[in-house]
Design a protein around this ligand. Structure first.
Ligand SMILES: [Zn+2]
Length: 97
């Protein structure tokens, strides 16, 4: 599967790849700290921020965060509530009895 050096995403050879747009995302209580995340819309950028923020499990500890998302340099932004949950997966292996 090819990897795009520009946006850092893997993509299918069957579809033409277009890099997701760059957005600026800010956690609402970090007032002057904006980070750039990619997404095809604001919601995807908010999710990309959540993956980045939750890298150390911080969001799962705090339950929910609110983020602002804007086009770089714009004053218009959308606000999202973001939460995360852990999914349980089961692995079954037959053993000799
Ligand atoms: Zn790309």
């Amino acid at each position: 599967m090819p990897f795009c050096e520009d946006c850092g995403k893997w993509f299918s050879e069957k579809h033409r790849h277009t890099c997701p747009s760059v957005w600026e995302v800010q956690k609402i209580d970090d007032d002057d700290y904006w980070v750039e995340r990619r997404g095809y819309d604001e919601e995807e950028a908010a999710e990309a921020y959540a993956e980045y923020y939750n890298g150390d499990g911080a969001m799962l500890d705090h339950g929910q965060i609110e983020v602002r998302v804007r086009k770089p340099g714009s004053t218009d932004c959308k606000v999202f509530e973001v939460s995360a949950e852990i999914a349980v997966s089961y692995h079954i292996v037959e053993v000799d009895n």
